[in-house]
Design a protein. Sequence first.
Lengths: 311, 373, 298
Amino acid sequence: MSIHDLSVPIAVPARSWRDRLGSIVPILVLAPSLAASFVYVFVFTGWTLYLSLSDSTLLPSYGLTGLDNYASLWSNRRWNIAYTNLFLFSGFYIVGSMAVGLLLAILIDQRVRGEAVWRTIFLYPLAVSFIVTGTVWSWLYNPVDGIQALVRGLGWSDFSFALTSDRNHAIYAVIITGVWQSSGFAMALFLAGLRSVDPDLVKAAQIDGASVVRTYRKVILPTIAPIFLAVAVIQIQFAIKTFDLVAALTRGGPGISTTFPAIYVYDLMFQRGEIGEGAAAAVMMLAALAVVLVPYSLWVVWRRRAEAGNG
Amino acid sequence: MTSQSLSALTIRNLYKSYGAVDVLKGINLEAQPGEFIALVGPSGCGKSTLLAMIAGLESVTSGEIRIGNRLVNSVPPKDRDIAMVFQSYALYPTMTVRQNITFGMESRGVPKADQAEAVKHVAALLQIEALLGRKPGQLSGGQRQRVAMGRALVRDPKLFLFDEPLSNLDAKLRVDMRTEIKKLHNRVGKTTVYVTHDQVEAMTLASRIAVMHQGSVQQFDAAQMIYSRPANMFVAGFMGSPAMNFIPAELGDGAGRPCVTVRTADGGTAALELAQPVPAGAPRNVVLGVRPEHIYRFSDDLKHRKRAIAAVKAPVELVEPTGAETLAVLRFGDLEVTGRFDPDGAPRMGETMTLGIDMARACLFDPTTQSLL
Amino acid sequence: MAELAAAIDLEAAAASRRHFWSRFAIYGLLTVFAAIYLIPLLVVVFNSFREQAEIARDGLISLPKTFRLEAWAQAWSTYCIAGTCQGMQRNFLNSLWMTIPATIISTLLGAVNGYVLSKWRFKGSEVLFTLMLLGVFMPGQIALMPWAFVLGKLGLTNSTYGLILVHVVQGISFTTLFCRNYYIGIPDDLIKAARIDGAGFWRIFWKIIIPLSPPILIVTVIWQFTGIWNEYLFGVVFTSGQAQPITAALVALTASGTTARSYDVMSAAVLIGALPPLLIYLFGGKYFVRGLTQGAIK
């Protein structure tokens, strides 16, 4: 790294009051956003953490009860279902949207005609809210009006497709809808990655006689490996925060079969007046995010250092 | 203190550190009014940092920078009365050429009429009138270079700063622009500090050159002195291409005359008579520095033309004709020495030739301190 | 020689057959997926123009035989949601008046922050940037109770202003990240040249940075607009009834299926709720994908 790569410092000691003012302008400009972010990230988190240790019920209250709320939360069957659902959903949702996204990206990368049109089609669900997606898909899943009815109407009278009314399979309806909504996003990121691969690398592989499949498997995909991780991390975040999709699609049902932590937090805080326990559930969501994001950030920092060291 | 009024730029004992890392270690330089100074050195030697500090873009850790008589250590860039041309040209991409040139005047509140006048003048000087309405993206590399210089010229500053301005151009254009910068400097006559890693650029443009290495100035002298009497082996090796040959040698007496003994390809040694007396306090083992163009094919005629020619036999291992001259790799002991010959009568590969080395222009270095003896 | 030539011809023919089938497979797969992505949209669009009677007779998924705009009119101004029969117009306007200011404010703040954090770095600015970045990862649930308290103290419960505040604070992290990553790519030499030219902090921002910013501002505006318009959690928690944004109203509307579901009106309502971000995406999507991939993966 050469020295003049370093950014412009503002350390030039100023002479007049004007120049002196000039040198603190950047900090003054940043201050309000910083203060807001600080409150939002640290004060609010700390606050909720405190509430989770308090005896708050219908209204916030600040008597400490230790880990009672957490104990009560983890002994609750609904919470355990929510947490299990989260794992199940995260796994299938991430793998599903990445697989579909990668397939679409590779297909589009084959110099197809009308690339912009295909891309637009696959990506438009991203612009639409989970509420809209969830609502529409809830109709499609509806056994009386939706896909099942259509196929039966065509003559297959035994056809059965009623995921949302089946306790054991409703979660898969959430997964399919989630994948439908977000695989386009994965596609866009993968496509950008594929396009960033050095074309000489691909030419070299062709001259070495590698088939298309082999070129992808051995040359192209390994070079965009970091993108897989980035996509996975982004999707996990969506998964953990999933609230709207379920709220619109199944409302947690049938029964409590598609309850998610985000739904449960909302219910505890605003429907059942269990603010303390709701806060505990929110903290558990944050913990789940941290489990994913902290190692990822460390890895990113480590990789950057390693690259800087080599460069 | 009165002597300072003569200098356009004075840098005294200047230090720059980033945390524990010292980037500049006690720089001393000065430039006379109208002088063209080149800062040259390998990348990472601190030359660009030094320039940025002169411009006020980097803070001073300690020491002082004076422009004219004025201490500018803490003066913001805009008040230093300087102009700078950047390696990347740093033309504002969203503005036209005209707007690029007037941006600085607008910042300083120069009246519109004066701005137009100044643009006209500079555009004529650089022959860029036709480009004034274009955006930088529509210009060729050479044109961008001109616009960047125009933006600097229009300020009419006390001091011009150039940060490797030609390194983004292709080889031919670089030579053309080099000539133009020289002409421009002759015409405008402003004090200029010019950073480059290209020693040819430094030699051709500058009246004085500061060779920098690892954060300090190795030698600050007139271009010809840097070339013929390099202060140390770094300067000797950096300036000149192909580089100066360094041949380990031993000081001794050959028939009562001072000479150095070098190893030859056949395993023996050869004594080369020195042109000057041995400097006092020189160690026994020295490094003989010989530039490639000071090695000739030996002949009696040569002996008459040059004052101090030492003859030595060496096999020719490789010949590289470049057209104007022919380079040959010659074997001295286990060392390869490059010689530069006229294509007429150039060495042939495989031949063992008798060389005449112009000892009057050879340099002796102390191998431990690396400095000139 | 002739044999060799024939062999080459055969090989060429085989290669071109293989080529044909591989192209066929590629376009076939793309078409299947395109159908899966488009059918839900088409179903909603068709149904919003069909008569409820026809939907009941022919099923939800069917080509339209009738065409009428009545469902749209109902969804907009007369349909009953939770006892109030004014359609979605209020909620639509709520969303608009929430989304536009919140988008503009958070984008401007992000641009200025990104400018400071990339071009006017100071000791500790990287740490501060990391701090702001944490906001990107925060789940909204963790801030629900504190927000409820703060909005209550400020007298902003059940108000669009309250939601604007929440979305601006939450959005700063994203907009700052986007702009900062983009501005990093603007050469520092430009800033240095401008400083020598006598331009100060704001002049450099307005005259040099902002004219270079349209690509990232488009990304940021699209991201913020769609994100805020589509947000549901804060909307449903901090507002109620006529003050709710459209996402919350949609859920209320589809949930209040008192009688037989009127798919025609609900379809129109869904489309009204989806239209603004869809339009924004259709017009700016090209820049969005380009910019997002420049900024997001770095």
